[in-house]
Design a protein around this ligand. Structure first.
Ligand code: NAD
Length: 419
């Protein structure tokens, strides 16, 4: 698997060259501001001590506090976290929210530990991070294999270390919390909702009827399952899905709500009775109009992108970094459109911002308000990226970078460099 941080650097350089970005700003943005590596012990259920490696990379905070998810996965390492942190900086800039970019992770397989061990690992990491996170400084959120429960544990651990008078005013130290613990309505589906708004915009631009569309989804966790379910009311048909347990297909259609129930009950989508198992290559070759990668990085490469079917019209990147640079090139050669991750999956960070604002103001917004405001942010980002693609005559990923880099450059030019 390619190094995702190298991918980010090359994407950045391509856009910076095209934009003729000021060389000083280019130097600043080309490396993360802070990198924290913490090796910490946890007492496991059997009484033994196991060491874990956790990371938090803070790429840039010129637009606002560092912001980004926390991932639990055996493949987490410093380069992956650097890449994910950097993408967060671009993402917030594109959808115009006052956050910087950060990301964190712990290198382990959460499926191999008990629930109690998961809680201990999470709490000990949160404690060890200490003042490296904070409600006005760096705000974690869920990512792969973490969820609202993980955020509730981090919140509880963080505020437990504060004097009692400061606890209530610090609940915005994490977002993606359970609604009962200060979370926002609409945060659970927010990333999928943003993906769907992007697809809707793309369909309008291309006079493409979503009611007749078919789609397939890689990853059926938070982003993949919500995207699949939110596309259903448009009349579009889910025809295949894949997760870490395998892939399934049914050209006549799979009900995403029913599949989500199966996944919740069985821990994965294999064994789903209303679809046939298929291998990975057949999955990627699914005859459909829209592909939503919503799992991990480096899924569309020089090797795999040619497997996509000739029917495919657009790849909507729910995941971060699912397409590497060769994958981008093959998509362009094959005239398959791309809705790039840093635009397409920005709905999560947008509603995280709304949750953070609600916490700071002691407000609680209804779902309509959240969705309406999310739509405005995503539509604004989409329009800016479309305009940049046309003005600079570049692909949509490069256009998305240009939107982000222009915004950051304007700010650096105003503020200057201290001292
Ligand atoms: P999740 O843990 O809820 O789901 C991940 C899914 O990927 C699961 O269905 C898992 O089975 C599947 N998966 C894992 N390995 C796989 C493999 N080898 N092949 C196929 N499927 C595999 O995570 P999530 O929060 O849905 O995140 C998915 C992607 O979306 C990640 O790239 C993440 O960074 C990105 N993202 C998430 C959010 C968010 O709000 N959660 C926001 C923006 C971007």
């Amino acid at each position: 698997m390619g190094n995702v941080y190298e991918t980010v650097v090359r994407q950045f350089n391509k856009a910076a060259d095209r934009l003729e970005l000021d060389p000083s700003i280019r130097k600043i943005l080309s490396m993360p501001m802070n990198e924290v590596v913490i090796n910490f012990p946890v007492k496991m259920d059997d009484g033994s001590i196991r060491m874990f490696s956790g990371y938090r990379v803070q790429h840039n905070d010129v637009l606002g506090p560092f912001k980004g998810g926390l991932r639990y996965h055996p493949a987490v390492d410093i380069d992956e976290v650097r890449a994910l942190a950097t993408w967060m900086t671009w993402k917030s800039a594109i959808v115009d929210i006052p956050f910087g970019g950060a990301k964190g992770g712990i290198q382990f397989d959460p499926h191999e530990v008990s629930e109690a061990e998961l809680e201990h690992i999470t709490r000990r990491f949160a404690f060890s991070l200490g003042c490296n996170i904070g409600p006005e400084f760096d705000i974690p959120a869920p990512d792969v294999n973490t969820n609202a429960q993980t955020m509730a544990w981090i919140l509880d651990t963080y505020v437990s270390t504060l004097p009692p008078q400061e606890r209530h005013r610090s609940v915005h130290v994490v977002t993606g919390k359970p609604v009962e613990a200060g979370g926002s309505l609409g945060r659970d589906k927010a990333t999928g909702q943003g993906v769907v708004f992007c697809i809707e915009n793309w369909a309008q631009d291309h006079e493409f009827a979503l009611s007749k569309a078919s789609y397939f989804v890689q990853g059926f966790g938070n982003v993949g399952s919500w995207t699949a379910r939110l596309l259903k009311p448009y009349g579009a048909t889910l025809v295949a899905a894949e997760d870490h347990t395998g892939a399934i297909s049914n050209p006549n259609g799979i009900d995403p709500d029913d599949l989500a129930e199966h996944v919740a009950a069985h821990g994965g989508l294999t064994g789903y009775p209303h679809a046939a198992p298929v291998d990975h290559r057949a999955f990627l070759g699914t005859e459909a109009d829209i592909f939503i990668p919503a799992a991990l990085e480096n899924q569309l490469t020089a090797e795999t992108t040619p497997w996509l079917s000739d029917r495919l019209r657009v790849v909507a990147e729910g995941a971060n970094g699912p397409t590497d640079l060769d994958g981008d090139r093959v998509l362009q050669e094959r005239q398959i459109d791309l809705l790039p991750d840093i635009l397409c999956n920005a709905g999560g960070v947008v509603v995280s911002y709304f949750e953070w604002l609600q916490n700071k103001r002691s407000e609680f917004w209804d779902l309509d308000e959240v969705d309406r405001k999310l739509r405005r942010r995503i539509d604004g980002g989409y329009e800016r990226v479309r305009a940049a693609a046309s003005e600079f005559d570049v692909d949509w990923r490069t256009a998305a970078y240009i939107v982000a880099l222009k915004r950051l450059a304007r700010l650096y030019q105003r503020r200057g460099i201290f001292p």
